[in-house]
Design a protein around this ligand. Structure first.
Ligand code: CU
Length: 487
């Protein structure tokens, strides 16, 4: 197993406010064994699902005894978890019963490389689902792994109220793990004393790193208790479904390895810590502690390391052996032809005077420079802001790509705030970054540190109009959104 050691990098002078320490991912990789190839996609069954987006008062344990007006896709346990086998077709009917007359909705299947018409972006690929309306989705996910789904309309509120679910496509293992658990991480904007949701967005949040939740949670609890077979090698599918917060996850008290990023397998490498942006997923294998002992999944990016989940060993212990977690099968992402690639640069920044981005205390001055601007068009990609907060007025695509061609994108963060950049319908091969030391991996959501440039490549092999945006939802809705057209 390769080892990636965690390094702390002090960012270059002037890049970051004094005292801010950035965590870097990765390090040096020993040569890792290649992954076993993906299996052919078998003929599966149809999996019919009916989701009704509606307000359902729900008392998640992390709400402190209060029942809050969550918006959810289904009755019962939150969130809905859809587990299907590779080859299965999802046949989903979405009905909109949200409680507001103008609250339209849709479902975006995050990370799934599906046909464009199923991608769930209103106006771009489908009409918005109006209150009382319906829409049918039907597709066969081509990749195994850990994914999720959420709306792509008024996302800051709809996701803020819980309108989301988890999608797991089975069929990627080479050997069974001793457990397979989900750890869903996100915050809530909740006033626990009043038992009410807080405003989901703030002007300050829009202009800075987003409006953070007031309540952290794992699987709807302050701290998730997971019972794992003692000494077993247990798969944890960890998802960051927060609209805003970048985490840095680590496991304390047990050995752990990363086996997949954003659903796609990587040769296993030891987890020291992993910067984990909104919308990202990481699959871990953790060696469960002996009976009666507990390890912890933590967020080290919090001011003090925050325990997200307690991992307890239960039952008769497995025999002692070296920690060599079984890898997953390789993904099915087409290999970019870098020799024939066209390179396109993208800069993610505020629309303020670019000179303002060079100053020493950028946070304050970006906010000052924004006072005369509508917050809806504060952020930009290559100097262009998406017009308006929703998708009803479509700009031209930010780039037109030729079907089948390899593209190399340089994703430059021209601001002092982190941006997780998400592409629909494709998965980037992440080649390298100038501030993070990263293993080569695939990702549909790529974290850009302040001032950083990340080099990615992909084959534009999925025709259609594909959103390309920041997944800090307030940044997305304030202009850092665009789309690519593949023809
Ligand atoms: Cu952003």
């Amino acid at each position: 197993m390769a080892h990636f050691t965690r390094r702390r990098l002090l960012a270059g002078a002037g890049c970051v406010a004094a005292g801010v320490v950035l965590a870097a991912r990765g390090g040096r990789a020993k040569s890792a064994a290649p992954l076993e190839p993906a299996l052919p996609i078998p003929a599966g069954r149809s999996v019919p699902l009916r989701f009704t987006a509606a307000e359902r008062p729900t008392a998640l344990p992390c709400f402190g005894g209060h029942s809050l007006p969550m918006w959810t896709f289904s009755e019962g346990t939150w969130p809905p978890v859809v587990r299907i086998a590779l080859g299965d077709r999802l046949d989903v009917t979405l009905e909109n019963r949200l409680p507001r007359a103008d609250e339209h909705t849709s479902i975006h299947w995050h990370g799934i490389r599906l046909p464009n018409a199923e991608d769930g972006v209103p106006y771009l690929v489908q009409p918005p689902v109006e209150p009382g309306g319906r829409f049918d989705y039907s597709f066969v996910p081509p990749d195994t792994g850990t994914f999720w789904f959420h709306t792509h309309c008024n996302t800051v509120e709809q996701l803020g109220r819980g309108l989301m679910g988890i999608l797991i496509v089975e069929g990627d293992t080479t050997a069974p793990y001793d457990a397979d658990e989900i750890v869903l991480l996100r915050d809530w904007r909740v006033d626990r004393s009043a038992g009410a949701f807080l405003d989901f967005t703030t002007k300050r949040g829009v202009h800075r790193a987003g409006t953070y939740g007031t309540v952290r949670s794992a699987n709807g609890m302050d701290r998730a208790p997971l019972s794992l077979p003692a000494g077993g090698d247990c798969r944890l599918r960890v998802l960051n479904c927060d609209p805003t917060r970048v985490m840095e996850i680590a496991v304390e008290g047990a050995e752990a390895a990363v086996i997949a990023v954003d659903g796609i397998a990587v040769p296993p490498f030891a987890l020291d810590s992993w910067l984990f942006p909104p919308a990202a997923r990481v699959d871990l294998v953790v060696r469960a502690p002996p009976p009666g002992r507990t390890a912890r999944l933590v967020d080290r990016r919090a001011e003090e390391p925050l325990v997200l989940a307690d991992l307890s060993g239960v039952g008769a212990p497995r025999p002692a052996r070296p920690f060599e977690p079984a890898p997953l099968r390789a993904g099915r992402i087409a290999e970019p032809d870098l020799g024939a690639a066209e390179t396109l640069p993208f800069v993610f920044a505020s629309r303020a005077d670019p000179a303002a981005l060079q100053i020493d205390d950028p946070l304050a001055k970006i906010a000052l420079g924004s006072l005369c601007r509508a917050s809806e068009e504060f952020w930009s990609i290559n100097g262009e802001s998406w017009p308006g907060r929703d998708h009803s007025s479509l700009p031209p695509p930010i780039a037109r790509l030729s079907l089948g061609r390899t593209y190399r994108f340089t994703l430059k963060n021209g601001s002092q705030i982190v941006h997780p950049i998400h592409i629909h319908g494709h998965s980037f091969k992440v080649l390298g970054a100038d501030l993070q030391a990263l293993p080569v991996h695939h990702a549909d959501t790529v974290l850009l540190l302040p001032g950083e440039t990340v080099d990615v490549a992909f084959v534009a092999d999925n025709p259609g109009k594909w959103m390309f945006h920041c997944h800090v939802i307030e940044h997305q809705e304030a202009g850092m959104m665009s789309y690519l057209e593949v023809t």
